[in-house]
Design a protein around this ligand. Structure first.
Ligand SMILES: O=C(O)C(=O)C[C@]1(C(=O)O)C=C[C@@H](O)C=C1
Length: 294
């Protein structure tokens, strides 16, 4: 059976680029043939895996300029059945794509909210009066450009080539060092034992360097967050990320997403999880994974 890899589309997105890198890695390391499947949103690409329409999804989770991709965090929490099996980091270099003759002719700029935010200072400086319109992905609006010369989109140089569209400006992200971390997600956890079942779960990887988890708290009282955090400190487990998201149940109530720099099977992490269960309301462990060297 061919492995289907869901990602944010239409073709040309950064998510497709990351999915393609993973596809090549998978093929080289396990011989598996995989095919990319674009979906209209990040949430839909994750749901495709939960509904068995695809075996894997590659989704953005964090950017070095703009921080967390909240749709990914919210959907991982909502869908109980998904496991993170790998992470990969790619450089992001935005370009302004348009059929306009010059920047002065551009009146509207479309892009994914993350890309708009990563270029906000450049936009303020060079296009202070344009209307900024968020879209589901950096490539969603590219087909509009030929019909409307006032419109531009922020996307990659690769997307401009793919759609055969002119580039008005390059390197427009506010910080040159712009990178996004993507997660590879599946329904089954990766198996590090060579004897285990399915080929897709048997891919050889380095030992896991990170574990991602999230929890809600039993009560909104002083010290409710300090206690779970102290568990990691006490056991000498370094945290590389903490992010809060609304529970969506009531104003001011939050979920906490944590990345710990250890494998879930390490004895210290197992102790941390047993203690965490006592001090959290709902605890979800999304998986242990390594970061693919790119
Ligand atoms: O719209 C795209 O091209 C995407 O792949 C999404 C996305 C994101 O959500 O962060 C991916 C990488 C960049 O940071 C900008 C946009």
């Amino acid at each position: 059976m061919t492995t289907l890899i869901a990602h944010l589309g239409p073709p040309g997105t950064y998510a497709e680029q990351a999915a393609n890198l993973y596809l090549n890695w998978l093929n080289k390391n396990s011989g598996l043939e995989a095919v990319l499947c674009p979906y209209p949103s990040i949430a839909q690409s994750l749901r495709a895996v939960a509904k068995d329409q695809a075996q894997l999804a590659v989704v953005p989770v964090e950017n070095s300029i703009e921080g967390s991709v909240t749709m990914t965090l919210d959907t991982l929490w909502e869908l109980d059945s998904l496991h993170i099996r790998q992470a990969l980091i790619i450089p992001i270099a935005h370009t302004l794509i348009s059929c306009a003759q010059s920047l002065e002719d551009v009146k509207i700029v479309y892009s994914h909210p993350q890309a708009l935010a990563q270029c906000q200072r450049w936009l303020e400086r060079f296009l202070p009066h344009v209307q900024l319109i968020p879209s589901n992905s950096t490539t969603e609006s590219l087909l509009l450009l030929e019909q409307d010369l006032k419109v531009a989109a922020i996307s990659s140089q690769r997307a401009a080539q793919l759609y055969n569209l002119p580039v008005l400006a390059t390197g427009i992200n506010d910080y040159a060092e712009n990178r996004t971390r993507f997660l590879v997600v599946s329904k089954d956890a990766i198996c590090r034992d060579v004897t285990c079942g399915d080929a897709i779960n048997r891919v050889s990887t380095a030992p896991a360097s990170h574990t991602s988890l999230a929890f809600s708290l039993p009560a909104n009282v002083p010290g409710a967050l300090v206690t779970p955090l102290q568990i990691f400190a006490k056991l000498g487990i370094n945290l590389s990320k903490i992010e809060s998201r609304p529970t969506k149940r009531s104003l001011g109530e939050y979920l906490f997403f944590i990345d710990a720099e250890t494998d879930v099977n390490e004895a210290q992490m197992q102790s941390a999880l047993s203690e965490l269960r006592v001090h959290t309301e709902v605890l979800k462990i999304f998986g242990s994974y390594s970061v693919l060297p790119m």
